[in-house]
Structures are given as structure tokens and as C-alpha cells.
Design a protein around this ligand. Structure first.
Ligand code: FES
Length: 413
């Protein structure tokens, strides 16, 4: 009162000047001053935050985004002071926008799907927790528009490609993409994404289908089927006047050669398996006259062609093979001893061919023979080479010795 009285000019100052002077005086006294009316001016941006309680989730998100944007543009100083002047409870929600820029800045390196998930999670948190809409900046990053547009166009695509096969769908999608389909339908659903970010996860599942949305059923043009390839013309085969082509002639030659080779092989195999000896040669039948045999116990008569000795014993006539049964030497007749003796190792054999002495394991081998008459009629046959008494066959004219049928001698006792 004394100041006004002493200085009447001060009473003419406006109230704000008086308040300012009062602050100056209080500052000089060292007492902190609460936020004055001067801080109420920048409180305007905070007003939406104070009214966040009746807002919807989307409005809260937009308000938070707006507050965060203003905070970045003008600094953090004016924002928190305003609610303090209007309402005591307002400062708490006003603090949210201050911290909101952080997640917004973190979404810079996030993909579209991650941003969508972040927005969905923020919206859910907002529904559960109420006022502190921390996830509001998500729409600000423009990440939200991406998921929803993907989900919506999928329906027409599925409807238009319902009767298509997988390959046709792929072709339609490729063609639609090639035709330069504008992303306009993709951008339209943007507002919807901001209003309801919750269904964001669905677009991720239906992501593979978005290619077709641009065209739709009406814009898909089926590719024309290629014309069938013309049938190949077969080149005419030249047939000579004789009626046999070169290929047929070569086939005939080849077949004839193979048939001739098989026939020769069969004949040679047969001759080798069944040897046949000519008569008169060793291995075949050799005919000797009955008169060529010695008298009873006379000196043996040799037959060099047939390689045998002819003897006449008391039992009849016989033929001995000239090869020693020991090691194959040619033995001889010892006229003085009246025995067959081998010069190699001294084996000895009786006149009838039985073993007598020496290393030979058995008696002399012999041949089978037949007694025939003058007409070559077989009178009697000795299949085992045993003696046949010719006195019983007065018509006997010849004896056919079969040198191909050797009979093993009797083993020594
Ligand atoms: Fe005749 Fe040895 S070969 S006794």
C-alpha cells in the first residue's frame, strides 16, 4: 500500500505487468515461484491430453502423436507446464507424449510387419491400461497402412481366382503385376489401419496373395492357347526296283552269316563228341583171316597196324594190346622163355596175357573181336576179349578186331 501510495504510476500498469514485477521481487527473495499464468499460453497443445479420458483409442493415439510431434518441433519445455495450470491430474497423461517419440524413433529400422505388430501391441496396451497411449506414435510412422491393405484386397482375389488352378493363379498374378497395377487400392485402406490396428497379424498370414488385387477377375486375361504344332512329315523311304532295301539286304546277310556259324559249330561238336574210325586203321575194326592166327600155343603173330598180338590158347584165339600195362613200353615175345617180356622194367606176362612178374599192375590189355564168315555174318562176338574156340565155328572166315574197344587186363593177384 505504501508503494502504491508513493508511486501512483504503478497502479496504472496492467495486471500482467504487476505480476511480473511481483515475480521479480519474489525472485529476488530466493523463493521458487510456481508456474504462473505465463506458462498457460503454451499449454494449448496439451489440451487434448487432458481430455483423453472420453476419447477413443484412435483419438488418443492421434493426440499422442500430435503432442509428440509438437514436442519435437518446439522443445519439451512448454508441454509439461500447461496441464499443471489447468488441471492437477493432467500432468501424468501429458508426460506420455514426451516419452512417445522414443518408440517412434525406434520404428525407423523396423520392417512393415514389425511396425504393424508394434502398433497392435500398443493398441492392446491402450485398451487394457486406458489413458497412457504409448503406442500412439505407431501410426505416425506410417507403418500401419501397410498391413491392412494387404488383407482387404485378398478377398476379391480369392473370389476371382476360385475356379483357377495354382498355375493359372500364378500367371494371373504375374500378368497383373506386369500390367502395372497401381498401388492405389493398397493406399486406400490406410485410415482403416489407424482406426483398428488390432487385426494387423492377419495380413501377415495372407501376405502371399496380394499380387492379384490390382486386376481382379475382370482384368485377368487368360493367355491364348498356342496353336498345335503341325504333324511331322515322314520322309519317304526309297525302295529299289528289286523290292529289297539296303537295310533289308544287310539284315539278310547278317542273318545268313549267323546261321552258317551256328551250323558249323553244331557239326564240329557232334564229330568231336562221337569219334568215328575208319575200318583198317587203328581205332577201328581190323579184319584178320582165321589162317593168320598161330597154331595152338605157337609163337604169337604180331599185327603192327592194329598194335596187337594174335595168340591161340587152349581156350581159343585172343588178341593182346602191344603196350605194357606198367608205363606204356612196347614189350616183346621172348621165344626162349615163351613169355612176353618188357625191356623197360622187366615186367613179364604169360602167353594168354596174364601177369607173371615185374612192376606191371595187371595182365595185358586186349581187344574185343567178332568172328564172321565169308559173307561178313557175325558168328560169335567176344565183347570182353576172352578167348573163342574157332573149332566151334567151322564157317568162320575172318575175325574183326575192334581196336577202339580196349579191355583192361586182369589185375595181378
Ligand atoms: Fe613195361 Fe615198365 S614199362 S615193365
Amino acid at each position: 500500500m505504501s508503494d502504491q501510495a508513493t508511486n501512483p504510476k504503478q497502479s496504472e500498469k496492467p495486471a500482467w505487468m504487476l505480476a511480473s514485477s511481483a515475480d521479480d521481487s519474489k525472485a529476488g527473495s530466493g523463493t521458487p515461484a510456481p508456474a504462473p499464468a505465463a506458462s498457460a499460453a503454451p499449454a494449448k497443445p496439451a489440451a487434448p491430453a487432458a481430455n483423453a479420458a472420453p476419447m477413443t483409442v484412435a483419438e488418443r493415439a492421434r493426440a499422442a502423436a500430435l503432442a509428440a510431434q509438437q514436442a519435437r518441433a518446439g522443445g519439451a519445455a512448454p508441454t509439461p507446464a500447461a496441464p499443471a495450470a489447468d488441471k492437477p491430474a493432467a500432468p501424468k497423461p501429458a508426460a506420455a507424449p514426451v516419452s512417445a517419440p522414443a518408440p517412434a524413433a525406434n520404428t525407423a529400422g523396423m520392417s512393415v510387419a514389425e511396425r504393424a505388430r508394434a502398433a497392435a501391441k500398443a493398441a492392446q496396451t491402450a485398451r487394457e491400461g486406458g489413458a497412457p497411449v504409448v503406442s500412439a506414435p505407431a501410426p505416425v510412422t506410417t507403418a500401419a497402412p501397410a498391413p491392412t491393405p494387404v488383407a482387404k484386397p485378398a478377398a476379391p482375389v480369392a473370389a476371382s481366382t476360385a475356379g483357377m488352378s495354382v498355375a493359372e493363379r500364378a500367371r494371373a498374378a504375374a500378368k497383373a503385376a506386369q500390367s502395372g497395377g497401381s498401388p492405389a487400392p493398397v493406399a486406400k485402406p490406410a485410415p482403416t489401419a489407424a482406426a483398428a490396428p488390432a487385426p494387423a497379424p492377419k495380413p501377415v498370414a495372407t501376405a502371399p496373395k496380394p499380387a492379384a488385387p490390382v486386376g481382379g477377375a475382370a482384368a485377368i486375361a487368360m493367355p491364348a492357347r498356342p496353336a498345335p504344332a503341325p504333324a511331322k512329315r515322314e520322309e519317304p523311304v526309297y525302295v529299289p526296283p528289286g523290292g529289297v532295301t539296303r537295310r533289308e539286304f544287310l539284315n539278310y546277310i547278317w542273318g545268313a552269316s549267323m546261321a552258317l556259324l551256328l551250323a558249323e559249330s553244331a557239326v564240329l561238336t557232334y564229330l568231336f563228341s562221337f569219334p568215328r574210325f575208319r575200318a583198317g586203321d587203328f581205332g577201328g575194326k581190323i579184319a584178320v583171316g582165321v589162317s593168320e592166327f598161330p597154331q595152338l600155343n605157337g609163337n604169337p603173330a604180331p599185327n603192327n597196324v592194329g598194335k596187337f598180338w594174335m595168340v591161340s590158347t587152349e581156350k581159343g584165339v585172343m588178341t593182346h594190346y602191344k603196350i605194357c600195362t606198367h608205363l606204356g613200353c612196347i614189350y616183346g615175345w621172348d621165344e626162349s622163355a615163351k613169355i612176353f617180356s618188357c625191356p623197360c622194367h622187366g615186367s613179364q606176362f604169360q602167353y594168354d596175357g596174364t601177369y607173371r612178374a615185374g612192376p606191371a599192375p595187371r595182365g595185358l590189355d586186349r581187344f574185343s573181336f567178332e568172328v564172321v564168315d565169308a559173307t561178313d555174318k557175325v558168328l560169335v562176338e567176344s565183347k570182353d576179349g576172352t578167348a573163342i574156340d574157332l573149332k566151334k565155328y567151322p564157317d568162320a572166315a575172318k575175325i574183326l578186331v575192334n581196336t577202339g574197344n580196349k579191355i583192361t587186363g586182369i589185375a595181378r593177384a
